[in-house]
Design a protein around this ligand. Structure first.
Ligand code: J2J
Length: 561
């Protein structure tokens, strides 16, 4: 098997040679690019629909042609294999064409989330040394072209900005040249020969970590490992050419991108339907209208769909076969409502952009589907559940999750210091989740041992928010903690101590963060001023005590209304 040397990019942690050889021998890694699987489908079914995005319906041939011209556009703009581009697009067909074009040119997309703003985009562009930025002209009320110019000012590697949407209105200070993405994708005759043939170990994309440190880390996903991730998810979710997959949650996130997501669907020859948001009315209507068979949601979205269906009976048909739910812990009571109300089999997904994907199987007993977060999709996934000392705990007892495997990389991109903490010396990744393994191998997520708030699947690093709070005059100590929420599971509550004679309000914190340009979902939703932070016996800030405190406060408020 040809295993050409991958492009050299510093800061990439590879699997040890013997492990890599074993993964190849076992056939997990096939030294095949992700796009080669899609290209095979273009040959088999050129005229079958590949993507539906509003009024746009594209066949496999059309999607491939769009990626061909887009690849040409990237090269014409001076981008070369191994270069990084920061990609921030909403759910749209252009995202697909561009991602395939990146694979075909060896240009590496960094998958930013639609909610990201100046702070995150600048950080990501710098960390990846991105040479270009791809954005939509606007996102709701934000002019992202202005944001992009600011990012390019601070991240000096950025040479060009590609914009989805109208470019007509000029920008006052557009120091960095802007190009219409539409021009890049306009059909031009494609090259006969593939511009680039990736090796299996070449990087397909850089994904974002959920973030337990100040700002997101980047996760290197190679063609070998990501293609395996996709194939295994396809197998478990039973994706084939009859699949109609609806993506209404962001496709830049691992879940809807590759678990199995849009890439899995294209690899299998199925049809992708895109929506800009998971708003219940439109999502349910679309499921019926397009005869969607599989879709993915976070628990809060699943809940909104169930409630909407109960009230309005929007869903009339019975096409929906599987509803995948993951990203944060799904309450068991909610899980039990999926099949009766939506008529689809629930598949719980406990995944991470760092690799390991757990899923309940479609034919699991109802009890397993409703009360566990599933088991690894591959037999080659190694799982260890350990106590504080790193010793294994027995099945049925909670412990920290460690994992290794053929699609769980051994380190973050350019983050040596953090890697030393997040990975054990023998390459196990500690996800920071507390899980219980049942004797049948299914995992139950029981808690978390990482300083992160999971706001309905959107991950917020406590440290990042605290760092903002410390910029406010008078703030002495800051602690961001999760407060329980019936819909999102958790929301962010900020505890502060302030110096005598100072006051700080929630609006002060929000203003500061908004001015700095951070994703909205990270802005605290409640502020608690205390005289003193609770501390543990060893003098560390006691977040557990604060989580209990806010829970008690909320309960008191609820009972007094
Ligand atoms: C509890 N916590 C969960 C679940 C993720 C599929 C689905 C989700 C993600 C994802 C993903 C959870 N119950 N069912 O990449 O492909 C929390 C854990 C985990 C972290 C990873 C996919 N599903 N989580 O959420 O990289 O804490 O990936 O470690 O964004 O989300 O976050 P992220």
């Amino acid at each position: 098997m040809s295993t050409r040397t991958p492009l050299a990019i510093d800061g990439v942690v590879r699997w040890p040679d013997d492990t890599a050889a074993a993964y190849r021998d076992a056939g997990y890694w096939q030294d095949r690019s992700i796009q080669s699987f899609i290209a095979a489908q273009v040959e088999i079914r050129p005229d079958d629909p590949a993507v539906i995005d509003g009024d746009v319906r594209m066949t496999y041939r059309e999607l491939w042609d769009a990626s061909t011209s887009c690849a040409r556009g990237l090269l014409d703009h001076g981008l070369a294999p191994g270069d990084r581009i920061l990609l921030q697009l909403p759910n749209c067909w252009q995202f697909g064409a561009l991602t395939i074009a990146c694979f075909r040119t060896g240009v590496i997309p960094v998958m930013a989330l639609p909610a990201h703003r100046r702070t995150e985009l600048t950080h990501l562009a710098r960390l990846a040394e991105a040479r270009a930025l791809v954005i939509a002209a606007t996102d709701r009320s934000t002019d992202l072209r202005v944001v992009a110019q600011q990012v390019a000012e601070d991240a000096t590697t950025i040479e060009s900005i590609f914009v989805l949407g109208e470019l007509s209105a000029g920008l006052p200070d557009s120091a960095t040249p802007e190009f219409a993405l539409a021009e890049c994708i306009a059909t031009v005759p494609g090259a006969k020969r593939e511009p680039f043939e990736p090796a299996g170990q070449d990087i397909a994309c850089l994904l974002l970590s959920g973030g337990t440190t100040g700002l997101p880390k980047l996760i290197v996903r190679t063609h070998d490992d990501y293609a395996y991730n996709i194939r295994k998810c396809n197998e478990v979710t039973e994706i084939d050419s009859d699949t109609v997959y609806l993506a209404s949650v962001p496709i830049s996130h691992n879940f809807a991108l590759a678990c199995p997501g849009i890439l899995g669907t294209w690899v299998a020859g199925g049809r992708v339907v895109l929506l800009p948001s998971p708003a219940p009315e439109r999502s349910l209507q679309t499921i019926d209208a397009e005869r969607v068979t599989v879709t993915a949601a976070v628990p809060a979205v699943a809940q909104s769909w169930i409630e909407h269906q109960r009230e309005h009976h929007t869903l009339k048909g019975s096409s929906l076969r599987v509803l995948q739910v993951g990203g944060s812990r799904m309450p068991d009571e909610l899980a039990a409502r999926v099949q009766p109300v939506l008529g689809a089999t629930l598949q719980q997904v406990f995944g991470m952009a760092e690799g390991l994907i757990n899923m309940t199987r479609l034919d699991d007993p109802t009890g397993t589907i409703e009360t566990t977060q599933g088991r690894p999709v591959s037999d080659a996934d190694e799982i260890a559940i350990v106590d504080e000392l790193g010793d294994p705990v027995p099945d049925g007892s909670p412990g920290r999750l460690l994992t290794r495997g053929p699609y769980t990389p051994r380190g973050y991109f350019r983050a040596a210091e953090h890697n030393a903490r997040a990975f054990t010396p023998d390459g196990w990744y500690g996800s920071g989740d507390i899980v219980i393994r049942r004797p049948d191998g299914n995992l139950v997520v029981a808690g978390r041992d990482k300083d992160m708030i999971n706001r309905g699947g959107e991950k917020i690093s406590a440290e990042e928010v605290e760092n903002f709070a410390y910029q406010l005059t008078g703030v002495e100590m800051a602690a961001a903690v999760a407060m329980p929420d019936p819909v999102l599971g958790e929301r962010l509550c900020l505890y502060l101590t302030v110096a005598d004679g100072h006051t700080v309000t929630l609006a002060d914190v929000a203003d500061l963060m908004q001015t700095a340009g951070v994703a909205r979902f990270k802005i605290p939703e409640r502020l608690v001023l205390v005289d003193q932070m609770p501390t543990t016996k060893v003098g560390k800030i006691d977040k557990k005590a604060m989580r209990e405190d806010i829970r008690a406060r909320l309960e008191r408020e609820l009972s007094s209304t």
